[in-house]
Design a protein around this ligand. Structure first.
Ligand code: ATP
Length: 697
């Protein structure tokens, strides 16, 4: 419906013109920016700035959908225009564009056809009515583009539902994840609009929109709970800084700023206030993703899994309780001869008066109290000369006394758990692998949850609490991590999302979602499974679905959107044939077909370094991604599979798809599943000799 003659097109063109006019008039009304010192004006200016930003967003793309809805009891259906932000008419105050997060807009997403009455939950109760039309309207560069009616009351409406979605999914991608407000699907919408006080655990196979949905949920919570939720008190945990960079565009597109986005390690080290150093050898790529013959088996005794488990937490809690009970020897404090503060009084202060404080502030209070006692004793001395003399002795002795008090230091306590005398209950393999580097005063990422937990119990929460926490790639996090984050909240409000089939960090993550949800009381737990997969073509999803059973996760196959593309190519290269020739052709061919982001995915860092060199020698510029990288640049990328997780590319080539690199084990199946599901439109796998049994079957 793009013809200038088409009455629908003309109608929408007129409506768009009117909308721009309204936006312009509202903009003009706000007036110029205020730079003066008047406090009230400054407050008003902050409000005006918000309106300005909202209108700017509206001006770029005023709306993307229209729903003709007749509320029960009303004479006629009214067209509701739905946009990223809302706008009321200046003259009547009626909604002119409705914010996608508003209750009535939920109909746009939950409605999947049929002439039956529909309902939505408004603040005043359930509203019922009928839908007469659902229309997607694409506006790009302020110009009216594609108009697709996916439903018209009384029409035949066959097969139209997905047309606009397919049109969107067919797009080529640059280096950023995008918002999906115009095409949110019903199963995604239910998660986005779920109540605030829940710990949602979401399992969704690759490309099911988990990351995207979580970001939209934040925008929804900010809208729905305007009075209770603040962006600065929301936090997103993601696996690495490059991934954070990749997703960083979505929230601003949705008009949301100031949400903290971080990795768990960064957050944990920050909590520990510089008191813990990570060991130099803590690169996971080396240990877990290299091609050594014997990679360690993963089970409950694997150090990372044990240290993130709730049973380790129970052990920590028990040891901390004992540590606290035996903490104070309560020796008497003799300020000078003949003036002694009895041990019983010191014990009474510590154990009774200050018992409500965590250990560290309790110790501080105790020292301050003894100091006050000393001051009182000194003040009681009349002779200034004697007072001075006693003061010197008393203060010296007080320093010595407090220096001898035990310390509530998280790292020291943790270290002591791994010494022979105290290590009872901890598996020997965990003790052996941990002791050495702890002795050197360093820790590994797998120790951070426990260290922060101990620090938290010893010190209590700082004035930091979250309104909502998003944990992405949650199959890689541990129950202890989640329990720890929960401690920073009054009531659980979590969006925890991941995919067990992509659990390539199972040595420190979870194998079943119950492991994480056990952290929460029954009434907060809520499990959701996303069935559909949006990223890839039908052919790629079906190919990846065949790898899935080898991951041993028991997950059902992903349901593709019916978007057909090229067949997946499995290419055998003659051993010794120049691989680079193939790569060159692959890149050239995909560029010619308009693919903007192209990735060569290798199994290890070394493989990728070699691929990068080969490309360089052939004069092809590519971004080689390695651990610790902070930016994702798009274009042509060479990336080890374990760092490609979460990203997506128009075309993907998986190198070395043979048995040596991808053996028939669950761990390798997960790696290959991740690699193949990064592709949106085109997927090629190359191998020499014999293909991996994971794809050959
Ligand atoms: N409803 C939708 N409409 C349009 N595009 C969508 C929709 N849902 C997801 N997508 C697209 O599918 C792709 C995958 O989304 P996203 O990265 O959020 O999925 P994911 O489940 O986190 O994937 P993975 O686990 O593989 O990293 C993105 O390009 C996203 O824009």
């Amino acid at each position: 419906m793009e013809s200038q003659q088409n009455p629908v097109y003309l109608e929408e063109l007129e409506r768009l013109r009117m909308t721009f006019l309204e936006i312009e008039e509202q903009r003009a009304e706000i007036g110029p920016v205020y730079y003066g010192d008047d406090y009230v004006e400054q407050l008003l200016e902050a409000r005006r700035e918000e309106t300005r930003q909202r209108l700017n967003l509206l001006h770029n793309e005023p709306y993307f959908g229209r729903l003709d809805f007749r509320e029960q009891g009303k004479p006629e259906a009214l067209p509701l225009y739905i946009g990223k932000r809302g706008m009321d008419r200046r003259d009547t105050g009626e909604p002119y564009v409705i914010d996608w997060r508003a209750p009535v807009a939920s109909l746009f997403y939950s409605f999947t056809g049929g002439d039956a009455a529909v309902t939505y939950e408004a603040p005043d109760g359930t509203i019922q009515g009928d839908i007469y039309r659902k229309r997607n309207i694409s506006i790009r560069d302020k110009k009216l583009g594609r108009i697709v009616d996916s439903y018209e009351r009384g029409g035949d409406n066959i097969g139209l539902n997905d047309e606009f979605l397919l049109y969107k999914l067919g797009d080529k991608k640059d280096n950023r994840l995008r918002d999906i407000v115009s095409t949110i699907q019903a199963e995604q919408d239910r998660i986005i609009r779920a109540p605030r006080y829940k710990a949602l655990v979401i399992q969704g196979l690759a490309g099911s929109g988990k990351t995207t949905v979580a970001l939209h949920r934040l925008a929804f919570l900010l809208y729905q709970y305007q009075q209770q939720v603040r962006a600065e008190r929301m936090i997103i945990f993601a696996p690495n800084t490059m991934f954070l960079d990749y997703i960083s565009g979505v929230l601003p597109e949705l008009g949301v700023g100031n949400v903290k986005q971080t990795t768990f390690a960064e957050w944990a080290l920050d909590r520990l206030g510089g008191s813990v150093q990570l060991a130099k050898d803590s690169s996971e790529g080396e240990l877990w993703f290299s091609l050594q013959e014997k990679r360690p088996e993963i089970d409950d005794g694997t150090p990372g899994r044990y240290k993130g488990s709730l049973s380790f937490k129970a052990l920590l809690d028990e040891r901390m309780r004992r540590f606290e009970a035996d903490f104070l020897e309560a020796r008497p404090f003799e300020a000078w001869e003949g003036r002694t503060l009895p041990g019983a009084t010191i014990r009474e202060w510590f154990e009774v008066e200050y018992r409500h404080y965590p250990l560290a502030p309790r110790l501080e209070r105790l020292s301050a109290r003894i100091n006050r006692w000393l001051e009182m004793q000194l003040n009681a001395i009349g002779d200034p000369k004697i007072r001075k003399e006693k003061s010197k002795t008393g203060k010296q002795r007080l320093r010595a006394y407090t220096n001898k008090l035990p310390k509530a230091d998280a790292f020291g306590f943790y270290q002591s758990l791994f010494t022979e005398e105290d290590s009872e209950g901890i598996p020997q393999s965990v003790i052996n692998s941990t002791k050495k580097y702890l002795k050197k005063g360093t820790a590994r990422p797998e120790d951070l949850p426990a260290l922060v937990w101990i620090h938290y119990i010893f010190n209590g929460t700082e004035k930091l609490s979250f309104d909502h926490v998003v944990v992405d790639e949650a199959q890689d996090v541990s129950p202890l991590q989640i329990a720890l984050l929960n401690a920073f909240m009054n009531e659980p409000s979590f969006t925890i999302l991941g995919d067990l089939a992509q659990g390539i960090h199972a040595y420190r993550g979870v194998m079943r979602w119950e492991e994480l949800s056990e952290v929460f009381a029954e009434e907060y737990r809520s499990y959701h499974a996303l069935q559909q997969s949006y990223r890839s073509t039908l052919e790629i999803i079906e190919f990846a679905n065949r790898i899935l059973p080898h991951t041993d996760t028991g997950l059902p196959p992903a349901v593709p959107v019916f978007r057909s593309g090229d067949p997946v190519e499995l290419e055998r290269l003659e051993a010794g044939t120049e691989r680079i020739g193939f790569l060159e052709r692959f890149i050239r061919d995909n560029r010619e077909r308009g693919m903007q982001t192209i990735a060569i995915i290798g199994r290890t860092d070394e493989v990728c370094a070699k691929l990068g060199d080969e490309l360089k020698q052939a004069g092809i510029e590519a971004n080689l991604i390695s651990e610790g990288q902070t930016q994702y640049r798009g274009g042509i990328t060479v990336v080890p599979v374990y760092l490609a997780k979460g990203l997506e590319f128009d075309a993907v080539l998986v190198a070395d798809a043979d048995e040596r690199h991808y053996a028939p084990t669950p761990q390798d199946a997960k790696l290959l599943y991740v690699a193949c599901t990064r592709a949106l439109h085109r997927l090629t796998l190359i191998f020499e000799d014999k293909a991996s049994p994971l794809v050959d079957a």
